[in-house]
Design a protein around this ligand. Structure first.
Ligand SMILES: CC(C)(COP(=O)(O)OP(=O)(O)OC[C@H]1O[C@@H](n2cnc3c(N)ncnc32)[C@H](O)[C@@H]1OP(=O)(O)O)[C@@H](O)C(=O)NCCC(=O)NCCS
Length: 166
């Protein structure tokens, strides 16, 4: 049973381990290891304090996945959020990403984000399908110099307009 809940301070270390694992897969995220635990803790505590949506998937009390929306940049873009997510391999393709995304987008709408953006590698077809199902549309394609990574690192920029009712 995988439970989707808002993150709390108690889950920071477990979240950090999961983020680090997915980063080290080197296929999905733009970084190859998690940031240091201290800066991750500061980031999460700030998200909680500001009310930014950050949900985690829990299995047997451990964080096995996450989905968050945080502001893109400073005050000018305050209502534009950037979405990030991931799951440990053994928890993928079971609907957990769909559930994490639904909870996070609902919270993003509630706190007033009017648009959510994300970046995804063109090779990441599972993620792209999930984003399309949630209504994200392709906004830009950023080719990368060919590198011998063995997969297509062309970056797709996708976006979703949220009806905040404001
Ligand atoms: C991208 C990611 C978060 C998607 O989450 P997920 O839980 O795998 O996604 P879902 O299971 O909700 O949906 C993916 C597929 O599994 C299918 N699926 C859902 N429940 C299923 C079930 N019970 N049995 C079989 N397949 C199922 C879905 O239908 C979907 O496939 P479809 O769109 O072809 O129908 C996850 O694959 C992941 O962590 N990938 C690595 C990290 C990553 O890429 N992060 C995003 C970077 S941009």
């Amino acid at each position: 049973m995988v439970e989707i809940v808002p993150i709390t301070a108690a889950y920071i270390e477990s979240f950090h381990r999961t983020l680090d694992f997915v980063a080290r897969e080197r296929r999905y995220l733009s970084f190859v290891q998690a940031p240091p635990l201290d800066s991750t803790r500061a980031f999460i505590l700030n998200n909680i304090q500001e009310g930014y949506p950050q949900f985690v998937a829990l299995s047997a009390g451990d964080v096995v996945g996450w989905c968050d929306v945080t502001p893109k940049s400073g005050p000018i873009d305050a209502r534009v959020g950037v979405l990030g997510m991931g799951l440990l391999p053994q928890f993928r393709r079971q609907g957990n990403g769909t559930r994490l995304m639904a909870a996070t987008l609902e919270a993003a709408r509630r706190v007033g984000f009017s648009r959510v953006e994300l970046n995804v590698y063109r090779s990441n077809t599972d993620a792209i399908r999930l984003y399309q199902k949630a209504g994200f549309v392709l906004k830009a394609v950023q080719p990368r110099e060919a590198r011998d990574d063995g997969f297509d690192k062309t970056l797709l920029v996708m976006a979703l307009a949220l009806d905040t009712g404001r």
